[in-house]
Design a binder for this molecule. Structure first.
Ligand SMILES: Cc1cc2nc3c(=O)[nH]c(=O)nc-3n(C[C@H](O)[C@H](O)[C@H](O)COP(=O)(O)O)c2cc1C
Length: 317
């Protein structure tokens, strides 16, 4: 069932809370992202107040292959959430065991589960039972809690033995948050140890990085997060580079078309006031490296309507 995800090392858009909503996912898809994942969704929220969380799990058929990521700490709740998702027919469900954010960790979810591998294994078994083979599922985790507890090999084996169909590794510790560099040696070691596919993630910022991760780790998929913010074309460039050894540079026209399209798409999904506020950081990413970028970002941050944003973007480019 996971064949379509791993027929070759695919380019995955990482789940990024606050960024990888439907509008941005579609932009990335158009620019060559081959597998998409939702932002993380609270398992608790799904089963208690599904109306409120619906916006996070809705996707278009054109987004396939598409995965929904859930987080939580209680095996029963996670299993219920997985069961709840079956009728939505995502191509896979991912369990977040890597999030280092306090609000999540405090509840025993995300990367806190790396400190309690037995509990993590129970979650995976319960989710497997709940899904009963209807949808493949995976676990996304880190190298460990901190440098003195790098348990990704043990943890990965446990996830595999408990029933996960594949895993994704972001090789930083939870304590590291996003600091320093990710250690791709960990991806290589995990790939060598597991029988299930391993998706590599962490610090892919260019097509050259993508090729290097593939060569160095032999991983089964490449997941790009921050490297795609303001640069959704990275996916197409990576595929071109992996196929032919070169890639097409992006023109200012591409940038303008993409950023305006992104804004218009976002307006299809959310009220204007919400878009104007929530798109600020996304739009700012597109202006990085542009002449007068700081001034443009200042204007974007003070804009009060979509029309004002359109004018700023047109003027910038
Ligand atoms: C703003 C932001 C939000 C994130 N949200 C999620 C999330 O919802 N679920 C998840 O598993 N990881 C999340 N991550 C982690 C990324 O998926 C990824 O593992 C990490 O950023 C490393 O990859 P990168 O170097 O390509 O960005 C988030 C990271 C950032 C920066």
């Amino acid at each position: 069932m996971i064949n379509g995800l791993f027929d070759k090392p695919r380019l995955w858009l990482a789940p990024l809370a606050g960024y990888t909503d439907q509008a941005y996912r579609q932009i990335c898809k158009e620019w060559g992202a081959e597998i998409l994942v939702s932002e993380m969704v609270s398992a608790d929220g799904l089963i208690r107040d599904s109306a409120k969380t619906a916006q996070y799990i809705t996707f278009l058929d054109t987004e396939r292959p598409f995965g929904i990521q859930i987080f939580g700490s209680e095996p029963y709740v996670m299993a219920k959430a997985a069961e709840f998702l079956i009728p939505y027919k995502p191509d896979f469900i991912d369990i977040n065991m890597g999030c280092p954010v306090k609000k999540v960790v405090r509840r025993g979810a995300g990367s806190a589960l790396m400190q309690t591998p037995e509990k993590a294994a129970v979650i995976v078994k319960e989710v497997q039972n709940a899904l009963a083979g209807s949808i493949p599922f995976s676990v996304k985790f880190r190298s460990g809690w901190d440098n003195s507890s790098l348990n990704f090999l043990y943890f990965g084996l446990m996830m595999q033995d408990s029933g996960a169909d594949f895993v994704t590794l972001h090789p930083r510790t939870s304590r590291q948050m996003f600091g320093g560099l990710s250690n791709w040696e960990h991806i290589k070691a995990l790939k060598a140890r597991l029988n299930i596919p391993v998706v590599g993630n962490g610090d892919l910022h260019s097509p050259e990085d993508a090729e290097r991760m593939l060569n160095e780790t032999r991983c089964d998929g490449l997941m790009i997060g921050r490297g795609a913010l303001g640069k959704p074309w990275i996916f197409r460039q990576c595929r071109e580079f992996l196929t032919s050894g070169s890639y097409t540079p992006i023109t200012k026209n591409h940038l303008l078309e993409t950023v305006v399209k992104h804004l218009e798409l976002a307006l299809q999904y959310q009220r204007e006031a919400v878009v104007v506020k929530e798109m600020r950081s996304q739009l700012c990413f597109y202006t990085k490296g542009q002449l007068g970028g700081a001034e443009i970002r200042n204007k974007i941050n003070h804009a009060e309507s979509a029309e004002e944003l359109r004018q700023i973007l047109r003027h910038m480019l």
